[in-house]
Unconditional design. Structure first.
Length: 311
């Protein structure tokens, strides 16, 4: 399917199912990473998880498509997309040790605003006034949650917002330049980029340390590799499988569906992330965060609700 092909209601429904399942698995992965971040290094995570994920994806591509199909149709755009997503993961995961999973999830959900903006500018998608109002409402909800004008504001909460911008750019590239690429190949390229970045980050840490700071957050960002037991390897395997499923699912959803609609259904990640935050990390919603959440969810419903007479 090319970026200019007419998108049907069936395409959107299929994409919605894929993206909801994908963000649920993503929320599971993020919760595991936050829980294990005090005991590992982000660069160690990238290297080991990406090696495992690349092995799985390479086997799938060769088995289902053949070795001749390993070359993408547009190598430059696939590389650009992979770098954007890799930097997005660095920004998001870099914030997790310093802020709650709930706040990180709410902060990154400025994403639909940027998706709609970039899609309107580059893909010429029809983003109606109703959708802009809905996205604006969600953005206000995020601002209320982050409380940038209060003493409670945590500058690390800006990292998920940066991640949102990078993710939105990757979505537009996926839709506009990589619509005909095999989703498994896109997933393989992204994990290969994460592997390269993980190796480079590990080498930098090795040359400058390695560091073993007492602060758990900084330990995750600049700490050296830690010894892994059998349980740690099983966690890495689970994370690799989740990454394979998520990266294929997200790529496929944005290839076949309307970006602003699929972006709105990405909001379901909030529900899953908040649930994990409460169950695993005892992160209870306060009044301000709850208000922001309500506005964000309302914006999602408003963006998806079709006016009378609209097909």
């Amino acid at each position: 399917m090319s970026g200019s092909t007419t998108i049907t209601a069936t395409d959107n429904r299929q994409s919605i199912l894929i993206v909801v399942g994908s963000v649920f698995l993503l929320s599971v992965s993020d919760a595991i990473i936050k829980a294990t971040s005090p005991d590992t290094s982000m660069w160690q995570l990238y290297v080991i998880r990406s090696v495992l994920a690349c092995a799985i994806l390479l086997a799938l591509v060769v088995h289902m498509r053949g070795a001749a199909q390993l070359r993408p149709l547009s190598p430059l755009w696939v590389v650009i997309r992979s770098l954007l997503l890799s930097l997005m993961w660095i920004a998001f995961y870099g914030a997790l040790p310093f802020i709650s999973l709930t706040i990180a999830a709410l902060a990154i959900y400025t994403t639909p605003l940027f998706i709609a903006l970039f899609a309107a500018l580059s893909l010429k998608e029809d983003v109606t006034l109703r959708k802009w109002l809905a996205i604006g409402l969600g953005f206000v909800g995020v601002l209320i949650t982050l409380a940038p004008s209060t003493e409670e504001f945590n500058t690390y909460a800006l990292l998920p917002v940066l991640a949102a911008i990078l993710y939105a750019l990757a979505v537009v590239v996926t839709k506009g330049k990589c619509a005909d690429e095999d989703p498994m190949l896109l997933a393989l390229a992204m994990n290969a980029a994460l592997l390269v970045i993980g190796v480079l980050g590990s080498l930098v840490v090795m040359q400058t340390g390695p560091h073993f700071p007492s602060n758990e957050g900084w330990r995750f960002l600049i700490g050296g590799w830690s010894t892994m037991g059998q349980a740690d390897w099983w966690i890495m395997i689970v994370l690799a499988v989740l990454m394979v499923l998520v990266s294929i699912g997200i790529a496929k959803a944005y290839q076949i569906g309307e970006t602003s609609i699929i972006g709105a259904f990405d909001y379901t990640y909030l529900i899953f992330a908040i649930a994990w935050g409460a169950l695993l990390f005892n992160e209870m919603l306060n009044g301000r965060t709850a208000t922001g959440l309500v506005l964000i969810l309302l914006s999602g419903f408003l963006a998806l609700k079709k006016p009378a007479g609209e097909l």
